[in-house]
Ligand binder design. Sequence first.
Ligand SMILES: Nc1ncnc2c1ncn2[C@@H]1O[C@H](COP(=O)(O)OP(=O)(O)OP(=O)(O)O)[C@@H](O)[C@H]1O
Ligand SMILES: [Mg+2]
Length: 374
Amino acid sequence: MKTATALKKLNLDISEFEERLFDHSVVGITDNEGTIVYVNKNFCKISKYPSDELIGENFRILKSDEHSHEFWEKLWDTISSGNVWEGEIKNKTKDNSTYWVKTVIIPITEGNLIKNFVSIQNNISKEKEIQNRLLKMEDDLLKQNVTLLSQVEKKSEELVKSERLATIGTMASRVAHDLKNPLTIIHTYADMLTPEILTKLDIQDREKWFRLQTSVLDMNRIIEDVLDFARTTEIKKKKTSFLSVLRLAMNHVKTSYGITINLPDSDVSLKCDARKMEGVMSNLLNNAVHAVDGQGEVDVEISSDSKNLIVKVKDSGPGIPENDLEKIFEPMYTTKTTGTGLGLVISKSIVEQHGGTISVSNKPTTFTVIVPLS
Ligand SMILES: Nc1ncnc2c1ncn2[C@@H]1O[C@H](COP(=O)(O)OP(=O)(O)OP(=O)(O)O)[C@@H](O)[C@H]1O
Ligand SMILES: [Mg+2]
């Protein structure tokens, strides 16, 4: 049964009912082109326009930037074809603030022609504000969730990596340890036999004998590297001249004619584990010498600021492919036939044990070591 019929049956005054209903709503009436012909008190209150400034204006006067062109087109299509439109609209007031209204627009027809549109609206700005706040909170939570997830992923990757390192470390140190004794025996006996053997060998075989001895030394160094990697011995800091560390490191550098290594003139004194820093520098220098491949220059620069020693090892070699810049500090990454790929891993761990950093850049290839002076 229609409301009007029901009201009539109950003997209630329909116009009184409508009046009271409209008193609680924002009511506006336009002609069939959208020109405002009537607004109630609530309409003026919410839109902040006096009624005489609204009458005669098009409904567009209240349009905010919120809705798309398609939104308005659909609304207009619905009502101009005689149907009721229902939805939520964000309107603009006279002083350019905005408000949300739940809206019903009813076309009033006379015969087949639409004469007017009646819009009945209710203020839902507060609900909208709460809804927007909730949406923002949901959005923030989602973002936080994404950040947390990527942090968890990163941490678990680090965990897997450190577990893998620990396993490699244990296995490698066991093998290295077992090889160390037989190798020491070869080294000792070869040394003992050298004077006698040299008298019996011609010049070409002497060369082979020396190559054999150098290879034993190389193997020994590799084993020491592996053991160093597995051991995380405490560093022992003492006041040290860094230039003397560099000079000692030079003893382990396999240079050749055609390669110039420029050491700095000035010195920096700091507290560090000299033996371990010597290892770091000999690895960086050997890497640089290897990179220049028989012809080129290696420059070592040292400087300091109020807190740190800064060492730069530059070489004129071809550099490191951009994609491999991160990988070179990972264990077992090597491009050399005789490399362990542990040199930079050990160097990084030693520098970090000193509270410092090691980084690399190209053009020219430069390894930068920064360690605190004390
Ligand atoms: N100065 C450099 N120029 C170009 N590539 C470099 C340089 N220094 C290091 N690399 C690259 O980084 C890799 C890893 O170096 P790292 O010192 O860790 O091991 P390695 O030198 O290969 O082996 P090891 O140190 O046991 O002899 C090298 O094999 C090389 O590919
Ligand atoms: Mg190396």
